[in-house]
Design a protein around this ligand. Sequence first.
Ligand code: ADP
Ligand code: MG
Length: 695
Amino acid sequence: MNVPELFGSMVFNESAMQEYLPQDTYEALKRTVAEGLPLDLAVANVVAKGMKDWALERGATHYTHWFHPLTSTTAEKHNSFITPVGDGRVVMEFSGSQLVKGESDASSFPSGGLRATFEARGYTAWDPTSYAFVREGTLYIPTAFCSHSGESLDLKTPLLRSMEALSQNARRILSLFGHDSHITTTVGPEQEYFLVDREYYERRKDLTYTGRTLFGAAPPKAQELDDHYYGFIKTRVSSYMRDLNEELWKLGILAKTEHNEVAPGQHELAPIFTTTNLATDHNQLTMEIMRKVAKRHDMACLLHEKPFAGVNGSGKHVNWSMATVDGVNLFAPGSSPAQNAQFLLLLAAVIKAVDTHQDLLRISVASAGNDRRLGQKEAPPAIISMYIGEELEAILEAIVMRKQYNPQCPGELRVGVDALPVFPRDSTDRNRTSPFAFTGDKFEFRMPGSAQAISEPVTVLNTIVADILGRFAEELEQAEDFEAALNDLIRNTIAAHRRILFSGNGYDTSWVKEAEERGLMNLPTTADALPHLTTPKNIALFEKHGIYSKEELFARQEILLENYCKLLRIEASTMVEMAWRDILPAVVGYGRELAETIGAKKAVAPALACGAETALLDEVSTLSDTAHVRLNALQNAIAAGGALETYGSPAAARHFCTVVIPAMDALRETVDRLEVRTGKPWWPYPSYGKLIYLH
Ligand code: ADP
Ligand code: MG
């Protein structure tokens, strides 16, 4: 495999554009992208032609506007390039207007309240900041998806708006330090996943319908021995990884590291970071391709946050930073006083943003699946806090207290006057239990779940940091003595928000209490978190920066609540079906076998010992009765959740959270006990042991 040649070969990237577009068109396109202007139709026509020629050479017959609706997947509708020419033949055509804008029926995608108020029609608009690519005979054009009156109906539009807001506000700060540059945010998402054998996967309704096991007794050995993390990669898995890398590289995705994770059967893939918009598209593609390639290898790729109870779940660490267009990382602590002043100011902004908007960060990772992972001693708790490393924390402390930081640093540490004391870089990455850690020159948000799109957490991060930077800029732009104002601003900000800094063990239960004493928010479940999305603070924030209008925000909230309830209903209904149709019949059959054995033995000789059969029959019968009762209780709980139309409300979410989930867990508890008491030939599903130990 010639990787450099393969890499990006299916992407209409800069070099493809240079080859397939006339020089003036290429330059006009670049200018449009850089300035965020709408594309001139004449230019679009030329771009479309070049793009089509390039795509045809790569076997494309169709094109699609590719978008991210408010579900967890992407959407596409394929159109072929064929155009009849009148004599029974066709030519392959693609116009600028087809490239730039597509009509789309919005009525089948979630739109919250917006659908009622506005027309059902929507449109997709080309996002030229993300590259088009060819996959499986189709030219994919990344687009944003909006209603006809301009409301966003996707994840991309708010993301792009948040990038713009961040750039504008960060630029104001940078200009105070004498620099001028467009600012982008960079993201590197580390994707965790499980691989299971396809045959076993297909034999389990819970996995095929919901992506996680809803029943399943713990195997005698799981991850206790810590022998999987970074362990030897099995041949079957490494051939999967090779195939996956090849697919990803063709699409210009910078798949870089791969290793085994903590749980057996669990792995991780991390790309090299890139600009937010591309990273988001790439992560969506990565997840999709992971699933497809697994199928080719007779496996199933599980992206669910908690596929197995008792075994670590999967997260997606979102590494985030800010950079200038020339790629200068703004969170790299510099060595001169001026660089450090800028670094400390930006750091203070992030600290303030995270503390002020704990609710939004929590909401951005809220899902029924992630609720099963957060706070379970394997992932950060649902409480937001920030870890910046002891050295950096001591430096901030010295600034607040107007003290010297250490003996080498005489006198008071003055921002912008003194150079920042050098601190070892690896000192910042010691605490893996923190939900939000500064790791040397970037932040690592460790709460996102493996299945979710990264656009939501990144949109929130961009917006909250943009907001604080804007406030800082306002204060500093008016200052008469910049240096004094800067010192005061940093000092006051840290003093006011240091409660968010926590370097202890986030997995420890004592932290919950301490966090409460510090006044930090604890929103353990999605049902607790989502109602906060539309508080006056959050409406004002998103409206101020043009990320979501009030209507869009309410619509988002409704969709998120609805998704949560629907997903839980699917899980609960799957359990009900599995229990009625497979599990109870299996256990009844096993009980009959035991009873018949006891009867047969007694017929041979009444004194024959059948203590084991009798005790087993008794236990299985008692457990079956309990399972039956709990099954009925679960059915009633689902029914009490009301009609689907009401699922978008906080009350419905609360019902699913506090009534349906406990009923699910209760049924599972009994069934898992039954599993280990039921003879193997009778049990209808492959065991955990078979699933997590890929052969
Ligand atoms: P780990 O968290 O496993 O120690 P690394 O430190 O190697 O992993 O990096 C994790 C991810 O962070 C990678 O995807 C990497 O590209 C990304 N990353 C590194 N620098 C930045 C940056 N400046 N902005 C965004 N992401 C970054
Ligand atoms: Mg990491």
